[in-house]
Design a protein around this ligand. Sequence first.
Ligand SMILES: Cc1cc2nc3c(=O)[nH]c(=O)nc-3n(C[C@H](O)[C@H](O)[C@H](O)COP(=O)(O)OP(=O)(O)OC[C@H]3O[C@@H](n4cnc5c(N)ncnc54)[C@H](O)[C@@H]3O)c2cc1C
Length: 434
Amino acid sequence: MKIVFIGAGNAALVASERLARGGVECEVFEKNAYENLSYDWHDDINPDAWEAYGLPAPKEGTHFTKRNWTFIPPSESSETTLNLPEDVLDWSTERRLLAQQYADRAKDVVNFHFETPVDSLIIEDGKVKGVVVKGEKVYADLVVDNSGALSKFRASLPKEWKITPEPDGTEIFVAYRAFHKKATGVEEPKSTNRAYLKHLGEDGISWSILDPAGTVNVLIGRQGKLSKETFKRAYQALKASNPIIGDEVVRGGIECIIPIRFPLLRMVGDGYVAIGDSAFMTIPMIGSGIENSMKAGVELADVILKKQSVKKEDLWEYEVTYFEKRGAEHLGVDILKRWLLGAKPADIDWLFGKKVVDEKNMADAATGHLIILSFGDLLVKATRGITRLPLLLKMAGMLSKTKKVARLGRNIPKVYDEKAIDAWAHKVEKLIYG
Ligand SMILES: Cc1cc2nc3c(=O)[nH]c(=O)nc-3n(C[C@H](O)[C@H](O)[C@H](O)COP(=O)(O)OP(=O)(O)OC[C@H]3O[C@@H](n4cnc5c(N)ncnc54)[C@H](O)[C@@H]3O)c2cc1C
């Protein structure tokens, strides 16, 4: 059996090694050089990925424990600081070093081709049969698409497979990301990890994080697009609230894409499977996807090794596993995110100011879990909030929809049956978009 991976993302690095050690021939095509793998900065990963999935932890000195988030609503009139104990906090991990560590482990069994972009898929007789690289056809039994949220390969698949070709404009964040030099002579902030929700009342998030290393991690993300004017306005406002941000950029300083939508409802086809950001495996609220991608890599490899097959009917178990373990909750978190982004800034201010949304709720949403609150709970929390009854009613309706869609997500058809999958996907989409 031969499997080709498009992209040496987190998922492919994990899955290819596991499959190859199980006797499967694996080739990974990555457009970037080994030296430029992933990103030259650190991001947060829940250590559950190595603890529960037996993956190697990042090497000593390449990570530090992330500090608790402080969430700030649009008017910046209140702050909600999480209080998670150190042992459940993410590890801020050097991404390039981790990707290289995983590639180094795999290279004795996996055939890596760096600086080798895949041009297109070979699709013959309605099946994916391999990839085209530098004009050459490379045939395989399965192509694993790990090329990211804007995968051009999804859109080239036969339409009747009904695999969503691309995210719509509201389903990605376009983000500026950079590490700035810390400004000198200014007071250190009391809370270091400051995330601005609906920053300036706009559809997006900005953050300023003072790292233990002494740099300031800056992100300005907006739904759909980030114009120069929006960036300039947001950067100036962020700097005014966080004078610790110096103007000199020491790492990053690029624009990138973060998917913030529910997972693909059809991840598999004949000879094709999507994984990681290509299958939108991020937490819709904040776009974290490293842990999910690595776990999905283990799950995909285990299904293939167990079944010794790459038929879509067999690969379906991989998607079922994803939805049962994480994807179903992410459907609900997507509804919550759409609601928050669509809400009036003044309503968000009120919900945070009154602690109707509190640190426990934000901790749940940020880690990909549902906010469990009934209308009664909301009323109790907003004791003086009777004037905002319509808002509380709308919020209760939205939260009940998040539970419903998560239940539906867990009820994904357990065997591959086109009609049952169509009916299931239709119901999910109706709840999310309807
Ligand atoms: C600014 C920013 C901050 C983030 N912060 C966090 C965070 O703190 N925690 C977290 O969990 N997640 C975070 N994420 C999300 C995280 O980066 C992704 O969810 C994760 O990297 C997805 O992994 P993946 O396995 O899908 O592969 P990816 O990392 O998406 O890798 C895809 C690979 O495919 C390659 N590729 C693309 N096209 C081709 C082609 N045609 N041929 C060959 N190769 C190709 C690319 O070069 C790349 O190496 C952040 C993302 C961004 C942009």
